[in-house]
Design a binder for this molecule. Sequence first.
Ligand code: NAP
Length: 310
Amino acid sequence: MLKVLFSAAPERWDEYRAPLANAFVEAGLTVDLARDHRPEDVDYIVFAPNGPVKDFSPFVRTKAVMSLWAGVETVVDNPTLTQPLCRMVDDSLTDGMIEWVVGHTMRHHLGMDAHIHAQDGVWRNTIYPPVAAHRPVTVLGIGALGAACGQALVQLGFPVTGWSRSPKAVPEIVCEHGDDGLRRALTDAQIVVLLLPQTPETEDILNVERLDLLADGAFVINPGRGPLIDDDALLAALDAGKVTGATLDVFRVEPLPADHPYWAHPNVTVTPHIASSTRPETASVVIARNIARCEAGQRLLHVVDRGLGY
Ligand code: NAP
């Protein structure tokens, strides 16, 4: 019998206990799932950074750590973590992100706020948004989430350019990579969506110089991670009108402090890191199937590259 340790925030236990147990059975695994196994007995850890495990060194027989989160920046550098770390890639997580990105893209594209905030009896019928085909969108990061969001936007008619570290071919998206590719991807983009991981290479990727490449009046949508954006540069671009609006879901400090200028800025929408969350039913299936692969001697899926940090 495999021993699987659940190490996430305590309130998650009730949400995950039954879905994980069911998924293990469906995957043909016999599992003792608990929150209090002795570290030296644990075969796999279901992990979130806000759970109790901080030191992985006592987990001497653990074959893999299965993250409930897609972003792994808070654990990837943990020197005690010598076991393989698998990040979360799950269809429901992706679907949630597609809906959030498409929703906020359409809100900015259609200029919805102008009408929502102008229910004052004045008939303003002179401003039309362009059709999507005339609104270039750039997605920074075209991995599991960025590629799916980009393709959903293509289905709506937006011309989408994506940017990644390595050369990629994502159907229907113009794919760029490297420094020159970033310049091309951002130049004249009207909407930028950030879905990069937080690594030393991606910190402040959207800085003064790169904001300047965007089309005048562009929109910035960040469901990736807070440090991807130079906050002072974005606030300056918003104040100058270079950037017309921003929807920000993630921040350097979370919860975003109540006195942060983003809260008060009229052209910024703050959402509290809710763009997409891991769903217990589907995430449990992903974890169980990955453990079953490992037990069958197959390669684990979604293993984090420690050197790259994602
Ligand atoms: P992923 O599959 O690992 O994709 C990451 C993408 O970023 C890849 O295309 C990768 O390039 C690219 N990238 C990484 N480093 C780069 C660099 N230095 N230069 C250029 N491109 C780089 O990750 P994912 O599952 O799509 O998730 C992306 C991020 O979304 C997560 O890390 C997390 O921070 C965030 N997230 C947020 C929420 C939320 O609710 N707000 C929910 C889930 C996830 P390659 O293709 O060349 O590797």
